[in-house]
Design a protein around this ligand. Structure first.
Ligand SMILES: *Cc1c(COP(=O)(O)O)cnc(C)c1O
Length: 502
């Protein structure tokens, strides 16, 4: 599957060829303003079939969850039932104009309200807002809520947020965005937060703590109750990064543990394909202390069911002390529909099974690989685990080589070089939806690659062997973004010339 000419649509373009057959215009022709039109528009001229084949071929060059096992840790493409795509496209939802008045949008508002209640119940909170458009924006909302809480009480000196070094990278970034100071906490040798360091850091300048649960090491902190207690005792509030609730559903309610505020990633845990920067929803749940600070708008019952109206009347409200708006309209509503459909289809018991199998599968893979790979925190993990992609007796082999070699076996590589606190990290999340045969096939390949690393290291260094694009220069790709499908003349350098990434 190398770069065959068909992979470049401009190369099959023939002047004058058209792919559409438009009907005659049945309205008077109008002139567009000159500033909106161009005479020179360099588009490929191709037939309908060529266009279809071009895009279908391109789509098949990708490693995709619909074709391959995709164990990408942390931001995994989890289970995104196709049915939920249909639900989000139902005309009554998809075509509902965001400016429709509340009376005309009761169905959508009822769905939002029910989903808010479900999410709050799942995580043990009393309020929920689905306005934030991403996990990171949910984090910003939560930290701004904590900041507002302290400011309202005139407690201005609380300007620090504790962030363990096993946190997701967005956590310290969020703290900084919110105008507070992130104070990093080390982990102990089991991968838990170092309690001594936490004790030493707790004082009356602490606004709160932001902890990723499970951590990016895939671990549930064994001292979580004590951690929450310590931070509360010094007057701080507890933020939980709940992006990966798919390991805790029906098992742990963060609100009952004592967390004050948390975000969920609906686009990870509750359906909706993500990646490629598509729409997201970083819903935020909060307890009684913080729910009045939630971002708006949220859907509320403005008039309970009664004689006049057999169903309750819903409206959009902004909580009294709200930090305000973060997003236009009501957030990404299509995602609310998918999450609603997902939770409704599973029910409580089903959601618990999701988490049980996610955790079981991750532990099965971990326990099947820990004799050939170094698993730095080798204890029961949650939905994912981290291992090291290097060996003393395989000099020159890096996590990236293992990741690329996996592609030769048709597996999407795991997340690599994250979390940062593990050298040559490979973060593996199998998810609950894979069967044992798939996991066994993956394990067998991982063991094979470990053997190859020692006997035939070049097989790894030269991998992937038949991907259309081998190793991209990520630095150049980021700095010289090429957004046009018409390539620069020199873009197609041979594989041998392409610099290896690090
Ligand atoms: C994905 C993720 C985030 C960020 O979510 P976005 O929607 O990408 O902003 C935050 N924390 C954790 C633990 C995550 O896995």
């Amino acid at each position: 599957m190398n770069n065959t000419p068909e992979s470049l649509i401009y190369e099959i373009s023939v002047p004058g060829r058209v792919g559409v057959n438009l009907p005659d215009c049945d309205v008077p022709k109008a002139r567009l303003p000159a500033e909106l039109t161009r005479d020179e528009l360099d588009l490929p001229e191709v037939s309908e079939l060529q266009v279809v084949r071009h895009f279908v071929n391109l789509s098949q060059k990708n490693m995709a969850i619909d074709r391959n096992f995709y164990p990408l840790g942390s931001c995994t493409m989890k289970y995104n039932p196709k049915l939920n795509e249909d639900m989000a496209r139902l005309t009554g939802f998809a075509q509902l104009h965001p400016l429709t008045d509340e009376a005309g949008a009761q169905g959508a508002l009822a769905l939002m309200h029910t989903l808010q209640e479900w999410l709050a119940e799942i995580a043990g909170f009393t309020g929920c807002s689905m306005a934030p458009a991403a996990g990171a924006q949910g984090e910003l909302a939560g930290i701004l809520m904590i900041r507002a809480f302290h400011r309202d009480r005139g407690d201005e000196k609380r300007t620090k947020i504790l962030v363990p070094n096993s946190a997701h990278g967005t956590n310290p970034a969020t703290v900084t965005m919110a105008g507070l100071t992130a104070v990093e906490l080390p982990s102990d040798n089991r991968g838990n937060v170092d309690l001594e360091a936490l004790r030493a850091a707790c004082d009356d300048t602490i606004a709160g703590m932001m902890i990723t649960v499970p951590s990016t090491l895939g671990l549930f902190d064994s001292n979580i109750v004590e951690i929450i207690q310590l931070v509360h005792e010094c007057g701080g509030l507890m933020y939980m990064d709940g992006a990966n609730m798919n390991s805790l559903l029906g098992i742990v309610k963060p609100g009952e543990l004592g967390f004050d505020v948390m975000h969920y990633n609906l686009h990870k845990t509750f359906s909706t394909p993500h990646g490629g920067g598509g729409p997201g929803c970083g819903a935020v749940g909060a307890n009684d202390r913080l729910k009045d600070y939630l971002p708006g708008p949220i859907s509320a019952i403005v008039e309970p069911a009664g004689e006049k109206n057999p169903a309750p009347l819903y409206g959009l409200v902004t909580p009294v002390r709200s930090i305000g708006r973060l997003k236009a309209f009501q957030g990404n509503f299509g995602m609310h529909v998918r999450a609603y459909a997902y939770i409704a289809a599973y029910g409580g018991e089903g959601l618990r099974d999701v988490s049980k199998y996610a955790v079981l599968n991750a532990n099965y893979v971990r326990a099947s690989l820990n004799d050939v790979y170094t698993v730095p925190y080798d204890r029961y993990c949650a939905h994912e685990f981290v291992m090291e992609g290097h060996w003393k007796d395989a000099p020159g082999i890096h996590a990236l080589d293992i990741a690329k070699r996996l592609m030769d076996y048709n597996f999407h590589p795991p997340t690599n070089y994250f979390p940062l606190i593990v050298p040559e990290a490979l973060l593996i999340e199998p998810t609950e939806t894979e069967d044992k045969a798939t996991l066994d096939a993956f394990i067998e390949v991982m063991r094979k690659i470990a053997a190859e690393a020692k006997s035939q290291p070049d097989l790894l260094h030269d991998a992937p062997h038949d991907a259309p694009v081998g190793r991209v220069d990520e630095v150049r790709a980021a700095k010289q973004l090429m957004l046009c499908c018409r390539p620069e003349p020199d873009w197609r350098r041979s594989k041998a010339d392409a610099p290896a990434t690090t």
